[in-house]
Design a protein around this ligand. Structure first.
Ligand code: PMP
Length: 285
């Protein structure tokens, strides 16, 4: 079955789907994106993703290309046409096509919209979660506006590749104060030896992850102790457990940081439980 993408008003075979070379997303990374998990053919936590999308667009003064309700219809349609039961849907909105000039184009230039969807192997994800992943640390080198989910991801690409080059799965950025901000494509968490779950505040230095925000509610409901504060790589290496969160991985246990095992080097009890319970607290649409 060929994959289908939505591109600026049309559903196309992926191999025929293209955008103009003067799209500002291509030339300036001038755009934003969202990734939602798909479970049982349904989109997980869409209202939160759409709220974050609107915020990202607003911060960059990119117009909403169509009403949210229409955008949701397109995303669900792409999921349906690709027959994705378990996987992700990707939405990208750019400032549109205009003669190359750094400053914004005239208001008449309409934003560009691309939606794709892809199946993932649930079995493979669960196997990865059962083993846990390795994380390395890298110096924070991103711009301060990491709260905007921009398609400008070059530092993230380099950090992820640095992880791969060292046999790890994710890279955690460490800021100038020696504190972990987040992963190259995930939020970073530890569980202290006292059983308290810790992650940095979303007020600065990180993307406010949707999985992160749902998980905080999961912990409240399950009465898991939670502290919103930064932690250092040393504290992480000494923690009982660690994990990362993102829409495509949900709660993914971390079993080593910079080559040092966390806890007993196996996914921790609290991480496993939060992963299991997560979708009881998600919305599906
Ligand atoms: N931080 C970064 C830098 C990310 O790319 C992601 C994944 N989009 C996250 C955090 C996690 O966000 P979410 O839970 O919304 O997927």
């Amino acid at each position: 079955m060929s994959r289908i993408a939505y591109v600026n008003g049309h559903y196309r075979n992926l191999r025929d789907a293209c955008v103009n070379i003067e799209d500002r997303g291509y030339q300036f990374s001038d755009g934003v994106y969202e990734v939602c998990e798909i479970r049982d053919g349904r989109l997980v936590d869409m209202p939160r993703h759409m709220a974050r999308l609107q915020r990202s667009l607003g911060e960059l003064r990119i117009a909403m290309p169509m009403p949210l309700s229409a955008l949701s219809v397109v995303m669900r349609e792409v999921v349906r046409r690709n027959r994705v039961g378990y996987g992700i849907v990707y939405l990208q909105i750019t400032r549109g096509v205009a003669r190359r000039d750094h400053a914004f184009p005239p208001d008449a230039v309409r934003p560009g919209v691309v939606v794709t969807a892809r199946s993932l192997s649930r079995a493979r994800n669960e196997a990865t979660a059962a083993r846990g992943i390795a994380v390395i640390t890298v110096p924070e080198n991103r711009w301060p506006r990491v709260d905007i989910k921009s398609v400008s991801l070059l530092p993230n690409v380099l950090a992820k590749q640095a992880a791969r080059d060292r046999g790890a799965y994710e890279a955690w950025y460490v800021d100038g104060d020696g504190l972990v901000t987040e992963g190259s494509s995930s939020n970073a968490w530890i569980v202290t030896r006292q059983g308290s779950v810790v992650t940095r505040s979303a007020r600065s230095g990180i993307l406010s992850g949707i999985t992160r925000s749902v998980l905080i509610e999961v912990m409240e409901a399950l009465q898991v102790r939670f502290e919103e504060r930064p932690f250092s790589p040393a504290e992480a290496r000494d923690a009982a457990e660690a994990f990362v969160t993102s829409a495509s991985q949900i709660v993914m246990p971390v079993v080593s940081v910079d080559g040092q095992p966390i806890g007993d080097g196996m996914p921790g009890e609290i991480s496993r439980r939060l992963r299991q319970e997560f979708h009881r607290f998600s919305t599906f649409s």
